[in-house]
Design a protein around this ligand. Structure first.
Ligand code: HEC
Ligand code: HEC
Length: 497
């Protein structure tokens, strides 16, 4: 009797421990992947409506980024590469902050959505890729001929600009319009990776689920590398957007005097700058692909300086087709640093981990400056004098704020920043007046925005912690960005020491 009980207990123990593991993995998938790929892996997560291209439907068993021949499922190594790097130019983030074990587990989970991975006949060995020969003028010229011969231009265009005769009509397997890659943007935005070997793999294996074919039966080894070199030659050196690198850590500098709103203040020469890559939720040509971030913490104030390229200033929202530029910082104030990798999708937090958002808006800034102008005229001071005084002021409201509060001023806004909070999709709400304590200033010059935002370090401030999760979002009005149509970073750790 006793023995039976014991062995049942052992069995129960085994049973529990194996489900505990899979529950763990399921939780991992749910936290990180469901918002986009859906609980059932069908690509219909709550955020999917915001995204283009759409998240992969894992139940289809169709994968773009494979080292295996067309029609064959990807290897675990392929999936690992995709997860570690993310998919450039799309919303699919890099998961380099997950451990190797977590990545392997989540890959197993993703594979369980489709039985293509159990079909031993479908599994073909990866295409062999040797190390690439040297690019020469001659190999580029030869590659140009191969490009013509293979009719890459039909889709990618005679000059590789992605504008070939077939380009406008192309659809993917899910009947959604799809564009051939524009090689003049450089290889860094290629979804399947930017190295010579990556480009080689892309056209040898093809991108399943898209019109991009496999050329393995048509190309010799030699011609393939020539083609790679020709494609590389189309990229204008020094331009093209930077591909997202690994997730950086932000470091704040501690300063003895509180940082001002002046974006040229000496403190910004001393504090470390981090270039943070952003991904477009809705893919298009001119999203904000990176923001340079600096953080300074004084005795009573914490400030962020954000700088990014934007060729057109959009700070007037008058006609319905006008959209403003903007930038936002997201915090998760109540998360322990150890939990930070486990934070839910950047979207908007969830009911457990509420996010706080500081959203700077170019049109609010313009409105305040407009109100300013009235005051400047009335008192005969220059705008610069006013701004300087604003920086020295210990008043909680900056002068822009005071100008707005001034009865002479016509501005509706006290500061160009709105403080919001969210607990998951569709819960974004503006905070009450008492919480609107973030002041700021944005300056656009020669195609660059620089925005400084700061907040008093009162008892409730998240910036009193030693470390906390931070993410950045940006909107380009000229690209029609608004609300969820924006580009976003992955969560980063901000260290304040
Ligand atoms: C913000 C949305 C988003 C999140 C979160 C996200 N993905 Fe994706 N994922 C995408 C999009 C969009 C694509 C499709 C890109 C394309 O087709 O060009 C994609 C594609 C993929 C692919 C297909 C690669 C291929 O070869 O076709 C895999 C695998 C994948 N995601 C795994 C994951 C896993 C695992 C997680 C969670 C750890 C995750 N994704 C989280 C948006 C997301
Ligand atoms: C029938 C149309 C078509 C033809 C022909 C074609 N491509 Fe493509 N190609 C595409 C499409 C569509 C994409 C974009 C797929 C995506 O974004 O998911 C693409 C993407 C690419 C990419 C970028 C993949 C990435 O990582 O983002 C490369 C490199 C490429 N093609 C090379 C070639 C070469 C070289 C040839 C000729 C040997 C060729 N293509 C012929 C349609 C085509």
């Amino acid at each position: 009797m006793q023995r039976i009980v014991l062995s049942t207990l052992v069995m129960v123990g085994i049973f529990f421990s194996s489900t505990a593991v899979s529950q763990e993995v399921e939780k991992l998938y749910q936290r990180h992947c469901t918002a986009c790929h859906g609980e059932k892996g069908d690509g219909n997560g709550p955020a999917a409506y915001l995204l283009s291209p759409k998240p992969r439907d894992f139940t289809s068993g169709i994968y773009k980024f494979r080292s295996t021949p067309s029609g064959s499922p990807p290897t675990d190594q392929d999936l690992l590469r995709t997860l570690k790097h993310g998919i450039n130019g799309t919303s699919m983030p890099a998961w380099d902050r997950l451990s190797e074990k977590e990545l392997t587990d989540v890959i197993k989970y993703v594979k369980s959505f489709s039985d293509i991975f159990e079909d031993k006949d479908a599994m073909e060995p990866p295409i062999k890729i040797v190390s690439p020969p040297q690019l020469t003028k001659k190999s580029v010229q030869a590659g140009k001929k191969v490009y013509k011969e293979m009719e890459c231009s039909k889709c990618h265009g005679p000059r590789g600009k992605g504008d070939g005769p077939s380009s406008a009509k192309l659809k993917d397997d899910w009947d959604r319009p799809i564009r051939p890659y524009d090689f003049t943007r450089g290889p860094s935005l290629m979804k399947g990776g930017a190295s010579s070997q990556d480009i080689y793999r892309t056209f040898m294996a093809g991108l399943d689920g898209t019109p991009m074919p496999s050329f393995i039966d048509e190309l010799t080894e030699k011609k393939s590398w020539q083609l790679v070199h020709y494609i590389q030659s189309l990229s204008p050196s020094g331009t093209g957007s930077a591909a997202p690198k690994g997730t950086p850590t932000l470091h704040a500098v501690k300063v003895s005097t509180d940082p001002s709103l002046d974006s040229n203040a000496p403190v910004w020469k001393r504090s470390p700058a981090t270039v943070v890559s952003l991904r477009p939720l809705w893919a298009r040509d001119n999203w904000v692909d990176s923001v340079k971030v600096q953080v300074a913490v004084g005795p009573k104030m914490a400030a962020f300086r954000l700088e990014w390229r934007d060729l057109r200033k959009d700070d007037e929202v008058i006609r319905p087709q006008d959209f403003r530029d903007g930038v936002a910082i997201q915090f998760i104030p109540k998360v322990k640093p150890s939990d930070y990798v486990g934070i839910p999708f950047i979207g908007m937090g969830d009911d457990k981990d509420a996010v706080t958002i500081w959203h700077w808006k170019a049109d609010w800034e313009a409105d305040i400056k407009e109100g300013f102008r009235d005051v400047v005229q009335k008192y005969g001071v220059t705008m610069n004098q006013m701004l300087k005084q604003a920086d020295r002021s210990s008043n909680k409201l900056n002068l822009a704020g005071r100008a707005a509060a001034n009865p002479l001023s016509s501005s509706k806004h006290k500061a160009p920043i709105e403080v919001l909070a969210a607990k998951g999709f569709g819960t974004l709400t503006s905070q009450p007046a008492a919480s609107q304590t973030v002041e700021g200033r944005g300056v656009w010059r020669n195609g660059v925005w620089v925005v400084v935002m700061r907040q008093p370090l009162d008892s409730g401030s998240a910036l009193r912690q030693k470390t906390l999760p931070v993410a950045i979002a940006a909107w380009n009005g000229a690209a029609g960005d608004r609300n969820g149509q924006k580009s976003v970073s992955q969560w980063m750790e901000l260290k304040i020491e």
